[in-house]
Design a protein around this ligand. Structure first.
Ligand SMILES: [Zn+2]
Length: 280
């Protein structure tokens, strides 16, 4: 039995256990078509031992052979946010909150939406950090690659080469669902197996036409791009291209208005027009 499953998941999802999301695990599961796992990173505000236990139970009871909920907590240290993920306990959370290392092999520590000026705050965690969000879709926007985060990652890797690169969804509703994914292959869909693969760097994340490998290499439409100036130029051009398409869509909406085309027909025409640009 050496068969491997290619598993597709979402990294950094907020469910109703975070005050600013009302996604229920059952609804995420219902919409999970194509996704095998969800790495939940709930805010710590209002977190009690009881709420934490309910959260773990909920993750367990909604997980099955084809859909796995991996628990995690988004912890504030100063202005920085750290994600503690995996087989975690309430004690682990308190431990990290007290700025101590959680030394368990099936847990991950990831710096969420990192900023250069926050390095000082989390410097004591850097030696055992498993990764950073190279791209947080909520903070950095979708599709346009945040080049400065790659610069930061390369800098951090000089002191800790184990730091991996993630694309985080920071999903609070279904709006950006299915526009990104974290892909890896495992023997069985279990927390330990997924965490183990991530720790080894054997995974990649995708968003739009960009692909980020666990080691921080970046590809655009399947082509590797190693030089930061190239990536900067590509990102700028891509941003411009997206803005132009948006402008063209807005103008065409104006033309439909001018022609007096309204309601469902207008909506339908705009969708057809938008889709004709593909995944722009
Ligand atoms: Zn978050």
């Amino acid at each position: 039995m050496n068969n491997k499953i290619t598993a597709k998941g979402l990294f950094h999802v907020h469910s109703e256990y975070s005050a600013d999301s009302n996604l229920k695990l059952i609804d995420i599961k219902r919409n999970s078509n194509g996704f095998n796992f969800f790495i939940l990173c709930e805010h710590e505000y209002g977190l009690t031992r009881k709420k934490f236990a309910d959260f773990l139970n909920d993750c367990k009871s909604h997980s099955n052979k084809g859909c796995l909920f991996i628990p995690g907590i988004e912890i504030k240290i100063g202005n920085s946010h750290l994600l503690l993920i995996g087989n975690i306990s309430f004690e682990d959370y308190l431990h990290l909150k007290n700025k101590k290392r959680v030394n368990k092999k099936d847990t991950l520590l990831v710096w969420a939406h990192p900023e250069e000026n926050e390095i000082k705050e989390i410097s004591s965690f850097l030696p055992f950090l498993d990764g950073i969000e190279l791209w947080n879709l909520l903070h950095d926007g979708t599709f346009v690659f945040p080049v400065k985060k790659l610069r930061l990652l390369r800098r951090l890797k000089k002191s800790n080469e184990n730091i991996k690169a993630f694309i985080g969804s920071d999903l609070h509703n279904f709006e950006f669902f299915k526009k990104q994914s974290l892909v890896l292959s495992v023997k069985r869909l279990a927390i330990e197996d997924v965490i183990n693969k991530i720790k080894k760097g054997e995974f990649f994340s995708e968003s739009g036409n960009f692909k980020v490998l666990g080691n921080g290499s970046v590809e655009f439409k399947g082509k590797p791009i190693a030089k930061l100036p190239h990536l900067t130029l590509l990102s700028c051009l891509y941003k411009l291209y997206r803005r132009l398409i948006q402008l063209v869509i807005n103008i065409s909406g104006g033309i439909l208005d001018f022609l007096g085309i309204k309601g469902k027909v207008r909506k339908r025409l705009i969708i057809i027009f938008r889709n004709s640009f593909g995944d722009y």
